[in-house]
Design a protein around this ligand. Structure first.
Ligand code: UD1
Ligand code: UDP
Length: 400
């Protein structure tokens, strides 16, 4: 089995670390790693390959930054060329970036099976580029690997169900568990930044809806500055945000400790020891919960709804600095209920097993597969030749 993994952005390197490790240990599996080059700074790319022991990409497409259409189009063309050469059995894509959509689309048009890790997440906000990417990717995928029951329900609402959907848990939880000890032993982030555990807050902001809207960005920066009156606020700045902060006279960063993006191990330690995490990142929201640190999400909605329901996360729509600041201060010390919504830390193993035609065995070990009979995904729309390949393939085995 050849699995071509398409990654390109920071969170995808982190997610791929878990599955890549399991695939490397799976007899008969060969992995082809394709890096689109969407993220390219050392602190946004190389550091994760080193720290998380990910092999060097087999293909680095070097696409870089551009408008959505130009970036996605260039990736589509370049990924297609690699897939034609490598002839993988699966293309594995993660999350909701332009790299995700380009990888899925290139594969689907070549009639190569697509597996989507983090399938089914929805914000129901089509103004987000990520929402467009995830909806289209899910509808082009042959195997939908959902992290949560909420994601399964979202897919079912769109008529995607049956044996090509599996609830596997969240690969980011796998990574957090696997690299937790390494972060503890190797990271010196707290010492380097002169921080004491539980006496600072951690902030990250990078969503286009926030960085590209001066009113929202000013509300966030003003709110974080208000929080900084109470305790230090450390803010590793994403390059998109850095460009905004340097190109526009926003002001409002007083009291914030703006630093360059950090590696994963440092980020884990900064999250774990924070009194509060304030973020618009999907991954950082969950990681705060993994360490049972209260989180304020600087958005109008979140895909990770279970965190809000459990009380670990609260939404803070960035309307004005005063309300953001007040909500952040109120969130200090908040706690939520205990639960395990992200699986058992073995999502990557389940994904590798599903990819490797072992779906029946995996089912016995506890992967929940939607009952056949729920609305099937649009497989029947496929060409007869392709349908027969799918029908004889791995997914059918999942029906048991
Ligand atoms: C992308 C994803 C977003 C994800 C985020 C993770 C899309 C549409 N968005 O957003 O879903 O949450 O990655 O971090 O795919 N830049 C650099 N150096 C880099 C990378 C980017 O300077 O290594 C700058 C460039 O000016 C670029 C801007 O950041 O134009 C935005 O980068 P891009 O990859 O287009 O989107 P992100 O905001 O990173
Ligand atoms: N992250 C990191 N260094 C940073 C900021 C984030 O290692 O300076 C990690 C973080 O721990 C998480 C992932 O990057 O694992 C989240 O990625 P990001 O916020 O860029 O994207 P999103 O999850 O919102 O798509």
């Amino acid at each position: 089995m050849i699995v071509a993994t398409v990654v390109g952005a920071r969170p995808q390197f982190i997610k791929a670390a878990a599955v890549s490790r399991v695939l490397r240990a799976t007899p008969g599996a060969r992995q082809v790693l394709i890096h689109t080059g969407q993220h390219y700074d050392e602190s946004m790319s190389d550091v994760f390959f080193e720290e998380l022991e990910i092999p060097r990409p087999d293909h680095n497409l070097g696409i870089g930054s551009a408008s959505h259409g130009a970036q996605t189009g260039r990736m589509l063309e370049a990924v297609e060329a690699v897939l034609v050469t490598e002839e993988p059995d699966w293309v594995l894509v993660y999350g909701d970036t332009n790299s995700t959509l380009a990888g899925a689309l290139a594969a689907a048009k070549l009639h190569i099976r697509v597996a989507h890790v983090e399938a089914g997440l929805r914000s129901l906000n089509r103004r987000m580029p990520e929402e467009v990417n995830r909806v289209l990717t899910d509808h082009a995928s042959d195997l939908l690997l959902a992290p949560t029951t909420a994601a399964l329900e979202n897919l079912a609402r769109e008529g995607i169900g049956g044996s090509n959907v599996a609830l596997v848990g969240d690969v980011m939880y796998d990574v957090a568990l696997y690299f937790g000890d390494k972060a503890e032993s190797e990271s010196k982030a707290l010492e380097r930044l002169g921080l004491r555990p539980k006496e600072y807050a951690l902030a990250t902001v990078h969503r286009a809806e926030n960085t590209d809207d001066p009113v929202r960005l000013a509300a966030i920066l003003g709110g974080l500055s208000a929080l900084a009156q109470r305790l230090p606020v450390v803010f590793p700045v994403h390059p998109r945000t850095r460009h905004r902060l340097t190109s526009e006279p926003l002001g409002g960063t007083s009291g914030l400790r703006l630093i360059d993006p950090v590696g994963y191990l440092d980020m884990v330690m900064l999250e774990k020891n924070a009194a509060l995490v304030a973020t618009d990142s999907g991954g950082v929201q969950k990681e705060a919960f993994f360490h049972r640190v209260p989180c304020a999400t600087l958005r109008d909605e979140t895909e990770w709804v279970e965190l809000v329901e459990l009380g670990w996360n609260r939404l803070v729509p960035p309307r004005d600095a005063a309300s953001v600041g007040a909500t952040l201060v109120a969130a200090l010390g908040a706690r939520g209920r205990e639960a395990s919504p992200y699986g058992d830390g073995r999502a990557a193993e389940k994904i590798a097993a599903l990819l490797g035609s072992a779906a029946r065995q995996v089912q016995d070990e506890g992967v929940e597969v939607l009952e056949p009979g729920r609305a099937e995904h649009q497989r029947n729309d496929r060409l007869p030749s392709e349908r027969s390949r799918l029908d004889g393939g791995d997914i059918e085995a999942a029906e048991g």
